[in-house]
Design a binder for this molecule. Structure first.
Ligand SMILES: [Zn+2]
Ligand SMILES: [Zn+2]
Length: 109
């Protein structure tokens, strides 16, 4: 039986550099979502602490002829024509959120 070649997927945080082998069993601590474009987005263990608060998803608005993104935290985008345009928006939302140290909820008053 031929083993699969490694398929490396990297953390969505650009300067992180962490990656995992997607052809192997899912590594502990990594989280993933289907991205708006062709690829999925993954966060490494170091950057997945705030993951449960942020679940970007896309919604189609046929009447307006476009798609928009929204997140579990309340973040939304304007309606844009194509899903590919939302990938940048996903990353612009997620990267700062996932790289900010998680502050305990009670400390926010
Ligand atoms: Zn990372
Ligand atoms: Zn969010």
């Amino acid at each position: 039986m031929k083993s699969l070649p490694p398929v490396f997927r990297s953390c969505l945080v650009p300067r992180c550099g962490a990656a995992f082998d997607w052809s192997s069993p899912w590594p502990a601590g990594w989280r993933g979502i289907a991205g708006p474009g062709a690829r999925a987005l993954y966060a490494c263990p170091e950057h997945s602490a705030a993951w449960d608060l942020h679940r970007p998803a896309t919604r189609r608005y046929p009447d307006e002829g476009g798609v928009a993104a929204m997140c579990a935290c309340g973040w939304t985008t304007d309606t844009v024509p194509t899903l590919g345009m939302l990938e940048t928006a996903f990353l612009e939302h997620l990267v700062p959120e996932l790289t900010t140290p998680v502050v305990a909820a009670h400390a926010l008053g």
